[in-house]
Design a protein around this ligand. Structure first.
Ligand code: SIN
Ligand code: CO
Length: 372
């Protein structure tokens, strides 16, 4: 199956030939796309406590970076050119943004980070930079000129609050209009400048460093590890230096530490918890006036259910993970849970074995009655 989204490539070919390997410009990737919200709606979001936002001013040096939440007055005296407002995780607050992300489900959900939107006035830019992640840059309203470079010199300027490349030598350049999309693998330098007031939607992916994964795994081990025994020395001999930690002592400690073992199940358990853990700034809101169990079942049976867009439901090796917690479902729950994990919604009627679990998730604000 080929798709317009990938410029006529099938997802499999895209993954084989392009993903994580080379940039790709796709004209008219989302036909008729003109964006998901207005600049005014964006400014409203940037004023919310629960929404991460940034304002970047400058179009060469010096750059100024301010973090939200912003006040209405912060936007009053901005110049007509040369600034960008960025709002992170638009998919958490806008169902249309979550639906847009669903088009990218040829990439595992565990790799997905979020949908960021930028609004720039003419000349607005976040500067020439590189990212450590794959990104699809989908143009909404207005036009943006993108220059890219596969340069290996990725040195960044010292005294700016942004990661700006010291040197940027464009190799290719395009002007993207509504519905056009540019895919960039990690470390491809890029510089996007608004030709006119414009909005760009970044579908961003996450790629934890080896160090982050290792630290996370060690914390997981610490929580789950249980070793028997205690240091013992029935053969203790007198040492020349009582202040010395002797060889026998070191050997015994080494032997104890060497009993820390892990296998594929521990890795899957850790990966599931770690990758389904919401970002630290994510909070779930329990329903104000929750439906009774019976009313929930009735409504779910009519309309189906949908995960809250902030929820992350993943599975690995027969175990399921939601928002950092692990659980082992009964065999008859599994097909529906897999569907919910893949599609983020479950059509009516509700599979009976799942009702109890779904009701708890509903009470926690992790899931809602589907309103689509
Ligand atoms: C932007 O939308 O201005 C920046 C997106 C990016 O370069 O990753
Ligand atoms: Co970037």
């Amino acid at each position: 199956m080929t798709t317009t989204l990938l410029g006529g490539l099938s997802p499999s070919r895209f993954l084989r030939d392009v993903w994580h390997k080379r940039p790709l410009l796709i004209r008219n990737a989302v036909p008729g796309f003109s964006g998901l919200l207005s600049p005014d709606e964006m400014r409203q979001l940037a004023r919310r406590e629960d929404v991460e936002s940034r304002l970047i001013q400058g179009s060469g040096t010096p750059w100024q970076l301010d973090h939200g939440p912003f006040k209405k007055s912060d936007f009053k005296h901005l110049p007509k050119t040369g600034w960008t407002l960025l709002v992170q995780s638009l998919n958490h607050v806008l169902p249309e943004a979550d639906a847009l992300l669903a088009r990218f489900d040829f990439i595992p959900h565990a790799r997905l980070d979020d949908l960021m939107v930028s609004y720039a006035v003419p000349g607005g830019s976040v500067g020439p930079h590189f990212d450590s992640y794959d990104v699809f840059l989908l143009q909404g309203e207005g036009h943006r000129r993108w220059q890219i470079s596969t340069q290996t010199d990725l040195a960044i300027l010292d005294d700016t609050p942004l990661k700006i490349l010291r040197r940027f030598e464009a190799e290719e350049e395009w002007v993207l209009g509504p519905g056009d999309m540019l895919y960039l693998p990690p470390h491809v330098a890029h510089y996007g400048v608004a030709e006119e007031a414009c909005m760009t939607y970044s579908i961003g992916f996450r790629a934890p460093t080896a160090d982050e994964l290792a630290h996370g795994f060690l914390m997981h081990l610490q929580d789950t590890l249980k070793l028997e025994g205690r240091y013992a020395d029935p053969d203790l001999r007198r040492q020349a230096h009582p202040g010395e930690i002797g060889r026998a002592m070191l050997a015994q400690i080494e032997g104890m530490i060497a009993r820390i073992k892990w296998g594929k199940r521990d890795i899957a358990e850790f990966a599931g918890r770690y990758l389904s853990e919401p970002k630290p700034n994510v909070f779930f809101v329990a329903p104000d006036d929750p439906l009774s169990r019976a009313a929930f079942n009735r409504q779910a049976n009519k309309a189906g259910v949908a995960l809250d867009p902030k929820s992350r439901l993943l599975f690995a090796d027969g175990r399921f993970f939601i928002n950092g917690e692990a659980f082992a479902p009964a065999a008859d729950e599994i097909p529906a849970l897999k569907q919910l994990a893949d599609r983020h919604r479950l059509a009516a009627p509700m599979p009976a074995p799942l009702r109890e679990r779904l009701y708890h998730w509903y009470e926690a604000g992790w899931l809602e009655i589907d309103d689509q």
